[in-house]
Every structure is written in C-alpha cells, then in structure tokens.
Design a protein around this ligand. Structure first.
Ligand code: GLN
Length: 188
C-alpha cells in the first residue's frame, strides 16, 4: 500500500513517521503527478489558509478534488479537516475547501485563550482511550446526516467520517500512538 501525505506545508513528516510505524510506504504529495498510484492520502495540520493557497498555485486543487470524488480514501487532521469540510466559518474570504465531508467547521473554534489543550477521547473500536492534542483546532458546528461521529469531546465531534473521508480536529501524529492511522488504513 502506498499512502500519500500532502506535503505543501505543516506537520507532514510526523504523519509519515506514524504511517511508517503502521508498515506502509508513504510519498510526499506536492504536485498532481504525485497523486498517481497512491491508495490513500493524509492531509496534515498546519495553516489551512496557506495550504489552500498552495493547493491552488501548485495546480493540485482540482486533480485532488477529482481523485476524492472518485473514491480516494483521505484522512485530514486539523487544518486538513478544514480543507475537507463542506463549509468553513471564520475562514479567509479567498480560502477554498474540497467539500468532501458534509460538516461545518469554525477555524480556531476553541477560542484563542485556550489555543491548545489535550484530552483523552474514547473511540469504541479501541480498547484504551486516545490522547488527543488540539492546537488552534477547528470546532465542528454541524454534521450532515451521512456523517458518522467516531469520537466526541464535550459533546462536540472531534473524529468523524463520511464514506472514505476521515477527519480529526486534533493531531494524532503528534503522540507516539499510531492507532488512529491504523484505524484509517483498515478502511483503505
Ligand atoms: N488554525 C489552523 C488553521 O486554520 C489549524 C491549526 C492546526 O492545524 N493545528 O488552519
């Protein structure tokens, strides 16, 4: 299995480490040719406005949107979640999203004074809780009927999927625990 990691900006190297621990090959994705032959794609945290801009200038935005429409498995974390959401609140006016999962997210929705926090979240299919690191995280404010919430924190969804599109508002790549990556890979 070959898993692409969007490497325009942000925490892509940590995702590559987590995926390597799961025993899969990874490829950094920067231009549309890098999408050829990948079985899945991880979109990291970072800055969604910058990533949106780089997706456009690199010419990757439209080919990526097409691959996702054709059923590519994708896992977006934090800024990656924002880029996959159908609707983004408090985004920059020129910020684009791939509208691949029917959720509304608010950028930096957990507030500036609590920019970062950590919490143990429960995921039904995992025996022990997962330690989740939230950094200027997006907050999910609406989920569509086809979206399945896999984990919530204080009644707010933080890990969800719609078909083969997975999103987390936290950073699973920043803890030495590859269980969420392997959970995603089971669906690829
Ligand atoms: N607040 C960032 C954004 O809007 C996301 C933060 C993150 O990915 N850690 O893109």
């Amino acid at each position: 299995m070959l898993v692409g990691v969007l490497a325009l900006q942000g925490a892509f190297a940590a995702h590559q480490r987590a995926l390597a621990e799961c025993g899969v090959l990874t490829r950094q994705v920067r231009v549309s040719a890098d999408l050829d032959g990948i079985d899945a794609l991880v979109m990291p945290g970072g800055e969604s406005t910058t990533m949106s801009h780089l997706l456009t200038t690199s010419g990757l935005f439209d080919p990526l949107a097409e691959r996702i429409r054709d059923g590519l498995a994708v896992f977006g974390t934090c800024a990656g979640m924002i880029l996959l959401a159908r609707e983004v609140l408090d985004g920059r006016p020129d910020q684009r999203s791939l509208a691949a999962i029917d959720i509304t997210v608010r950028r930096n929705g957990y507030g500036r004074q609590v920019d970062s926090f950590e919490a143990d979240i429960t995921i039904d299919s995992l025996a022990a809780p997962f330690h989740a690191v939230f950094i200027r995280a997006p907050k999910v404010e609406r989920i569509g009927p086809a979206v399945q919430v896999i984990a919530a924190h204080d009644d707010v969804p933080v890990f969800a999927r719609e078909g083969r599109v997975f999103v987390a508002s936290f950073h699973p790549e920043l803890t030495p625990d590859p269980r969420l990556h392997s959970l995603f890979l089971q669906e690829v």
